[in-house]
Design a protein around this ligand. Structure first.
Ligand SMILES: [Zn+2]
Length: 183
């Protein structure tokens, strides 16, 4: 294991099975801190400082049998995000009530409850379950915290409040001036 910067840990695995097992854990919290597990890619260091994408596990229910394969499931999952991997039970079809796919979602994703798919000429809806919806902040446009806990949104609100107060004071002064003019 090596450490990059103050927040990125890089783990190297001896076997690909261990790597997959670790990736299957996905994201979790340790001591209130978000811990994001994702496969290493080029430029990941840069991506992680901004955290505009995150990988999550989704469950797809009522998947038609002809789509229950790596290609079909990846195609379906791509409506939610970039498909990264299927879990073991999905790959070996040992649990057929739902398919579990890890996808990388962008920060402004709307986490739809259904995927609309066409089977021949019939439109069907495939329910999507999210084991976890990561906290995200509209103000900063990043994952990792929500707007209520956002220091930068709080600071911006304070500036806005000060500006409003200044306007109000100005308004009061303006009224007084008007008042004194009319006398
Ligand atoms: Zn924020």
């Amino acid at each position: 294991m090596t450490l990059h910067g103050d927040s990125i840990f890089v783990f190297e695995f001896q076997s690909s099975e261990d790597r997959i097992a670790a990736l299957e854990h996905g994201c979790f919290f340790i001591g209130g801190q978000l811990f994001v597990v994702r496969p290493w890619t080029l430029l990941i260091e840069q991506e992680l400082t901004e955290l505009k994408t995150i990988s999550i596990w989704i469950n797809l229910r009522k998947v038609p049998l002809h789509l229950w394969n790596a290609k079909g499931l990846r195609k379906l999952a791509s409506f939610i995000g970039v498909p990264l991997m299927l879990d073991k039970q999905t790959t070996n079809s040992s649990r057929m009530d739902y398919a579990r796919v890890c996808v990388e979602v962008v920060v402004d994703s709307d986490f739809p409850a259904y995927i609309d798919a066409m089977v021949g000429k019939v439109q069907i809806q495939i329910p999507v379950e999210y084991s976890w919806k990561p906290p995200r902040c509209k103000h900063c446009g990043v994952f990792g915290h929500n707007q209520e806990k956002c220091a930068s949104a709080a600071a911006a609100a304070k500036v806005a409040a000060t500006a409003a107060a200044a306007k109000l004071v100005q308004g009061v002064i303006g009224q007084k001036e008007n008042g004194s003019n009319s006398q």
